[in-house]
Design a protein around this ligand. Structure first.
Ligand SMILES: Nc1ncnc2c1ncn2[C@@H]1O[C@H](COP(=O)(O)OP(=O)(O)OP(=O)(O)O)[C@@H](O)[C@H]1O
Ligand SMILES: [Mg+2]
Length: 323
């Protein structure tokens, strides 16, 4: 079992330069996002399409830098400039698993190659030790007979098996935190549960911590200890699984929970209910609560000022003028 680590994201802001037609503008994809991930625990990040979930994961994984804010692991800065050896350590510790299990595998290499690479790069294995490690890793994620699977190419596997290869690859690198960006949403429901169970086993046996990004509240409820709800780049509510699913406080979370009673129902289209109103495009100049235009309990100050974070119960936080 690996050492315990805690990854802390503090006050993350991310602006993108974009354009609508010929008009150029700067949009704010993330605004003041703070959260933490720890070994052996799952934080689910839930929200509609475009709410900024993947952007958080990509910034943590250093695919791009934050506009503001910092990320630390056990108190050490892991955003911005890093020394080469620290960067290598970070790349071992934090791994990403993506939504599309096919897109993240190289079609011209067999499965052996995919799993061997991280063992070579991060652990310096070679020869028979390398072969043994690859076979054991494939067995650990349920890809058997491992010697046979190792010879195959990505197109010769099912979607669920390909996602197991991605998970095996993250484990081979020695991941302590896995950023899983909708890892099961492209899989059939029947296969999803197997992949979820595998991640659960990794959490419990190997003490791996997950950021689990999902559209699907039912999956979050099943898998996560804590849940964070995003709306238009803002974290509007976060707390334990039970707090969020049993006593949601933010009108958006309430809408989300009531609108998604069925397991597997996706929330990638704007939810019905609440006031009709477009999901706003957020910019650095905007003030107020991003949900104000759709909220049934809206008050004048909601349009003027972003609510402060309030702790409504122990470790249960909400950003809403009602509290
Ligand atoms: N590289 C980029 N350049 C410009 N805008 C971007 C870029 N990446 C993301 N965005 C914008 O930032 C916002 C958040 O995007 P993000 O992909 O993080 O959302 P998401 O919650 O992961 O959505 P989905 O559920 O559809 O995956 C969106 O408005 C998106 O268009
Ligand atoms: Mg996304």
């Amino acid at each position: 079992m690996s050492d315990s680590i805690r990854l802390e994201v503090s006050n993350l802001v991310k602006d993108f330069d974009t354009s609508i037609g010929i008009r150029k503008l700067r949009m704010r994809a993330l605004n003041d996002v703070s959260l933490y991930l720890e070994s052996g625990k799952v934080l689910a990040v839930v929200g509609e399409s475009g709410s900024g979930k993947s952007t958080i994961a990509r910034i943590i994984a250093r695919m791009y830098g934050p506009t503001q804010g910092e990320i630390h692991i056990n108190g050490q800065l892991v955003s911005g400039k890093m020394k080469r050896n620290e960067l290598l350590k970070f790349r071992r510790q934090v791994q990403m698993v993506f939504q599309d299990p096919f897109g993240s595998l190289n079609p011209t290499h067999n499965i052996y190659h995919h799993i061997a690479r991280p063992f070579i790069v991060h652990k310096g294995l070679k020869g028979s030790a390398l072969k043994q490690a690859v076979i054991a890793q494939l067995e650990q994620v349920g890809l058997t007979p491992a010697a046979d699977v190792a010879e195959r190419y990505p197109h010769q596997l099912s979607g669920g098996q390909r996602q197991r290869v991605n998970i095996a690859r993250a484990m081979a690198a020695g991941a302590q935190i896995i950023l899983a960006d909708e890892p099961t949403s492209m899989l059939d429901v029947s296969i999803r549960i197997g992949v979820l169970n595998l991640m659960e086993e990794m959490r419990d046996k190997l003490n791996i911590g997950f950021m689990f990004i999902t559209h699907d509240i039912a999956t979050a409820r099943y898998f996560a200890e804590r849940i964070a709800v995003m709306y238009v780049g803002h974290m509007v509510e976060w707390g334990s699984n039970e707090q969020i699913t049993q006593s949601p406080k933010h009108p958006y979370t309430q809408l989300l929970i009531s609108a998604v009673p069925n397991p597997g129902q996706r929330i990638d289209t704007p939810l019905e209910g609440g006031k009709r109103g477009d999901i706003p495009l957020w910019t650095p100049q905007k003030q107020g609560c991003p949900f104000a235009g759709r909220c049934l309990k809206v008050k004048p100050e909601c349009h003027e000022q972003m609510p402060e974070v309030k702790e409504v119960a122990e470790q249960h936080f909400v950003r809403c003028h009602l509290y």
